[in-house]
Design a protein around this ligand. Structure first.
Ligand SMILES: NC(=O)c1ccc[n+]([C@@H]2O[C@H](COP(=O)([O-])OP(=O)(O)OC[C@H]3O[C@@H](n4cnc5c(N)ncnc54)[C@H](OP(=O)(O)O)[C@@H]3O)[C@@H](O)[C@H]2O)c1
Length: 169
């Protein structure tokens, strides 16, 4: 029996589309880090090589699958894939629920694979060098939304979960 993956794309995006700057996240929002942890814990995460290199280290209890075209690239504690199909095949060895966590190059190639999009919308513009344009969202429905006000120097933000609309047979 073929296992069907359930794929979630997880991203945090500023009002002006920025998702990264100098290979870092341009903001520090602890609630978003906790949200990311809740979504990914015990599930394999697929990421681009640059996102992997932006992490402070391996995140515990989540297999890391890193995409690179470089056949010689390796890093301790992660598995390497050279295309998205291969990355998903590796991820399925761990769980059918798979997180694709960026960065921009990887999101651009994976919108059509997403069963869910877990989007953190940050209600502020940021300076950055990495942007993401959201795809046409008409194929998705908004399943849940949690809003948080700005406080103690942090911008307002919200968590939105979009689910791919099922096409009736
Ligand atoms: N806000 C967010 O939610 C979020 C999430 C993740 C990352 N980020 C930010 O985004 C930035 C990084 O994003 P990025 O777009 O520059 O890089 P990226 O998507 O993380 O990684 C790009 C690299 O992935 C590899 N790659 C891409 N497509 C591939 C494919 N089809 N097959 C095999 N390998 C492939 C290539 O590695 P090689 O060059 O080794 O071949 C490429 O250089 C950082 O600033 C990071 O902090 C933000």
């Amino acid at each position: 029996m073929t296992i069907q993956p359930e794929i979630m794309l997880i991203l945090a995006r500023a009002r002006n589309g920025v998702i990264g700057h100098q290979n870092k996240m341009p903001w520090h929002i602890p609630a978003d880090l906790r949200h990311f942890k809740r979504l990914t814990i015990n599930h394999p995460m697929i990421m681009g090589r640059q996102t992997f290199e932006s992490l402070p280290g391996l995140l515990p209890d989540r297999p890391h699958i890193v995409l690179t075209h470089n056949m010689n690239w390796q890093a301790e504690g992660c598995e390497v894939a050279h295309n998205l199909d291969q990355a998903i095949e590796i991820a399925l060895r761990y769980s059918s629920r798979i997180a694709i966590i960026g960065g921009a190059q990887i999101f651009k190639q994976s919108w059509s694979l997403a069963d869910y999009i877990e989007l953190t919308e940050i209600e502020k513009d940021y300076t950055g060098d990495t942007y993401v344009d959201l795809p046409d969202m008409s194929g998705f429905s908004l399943e849940s939304q949690q809003d948080y006000d700005a406080e103690s120097g942090q911008p307002a933000f919200c968590f939105k979960r979009f689910m791919k609309r099922k096409i009736m047979p």
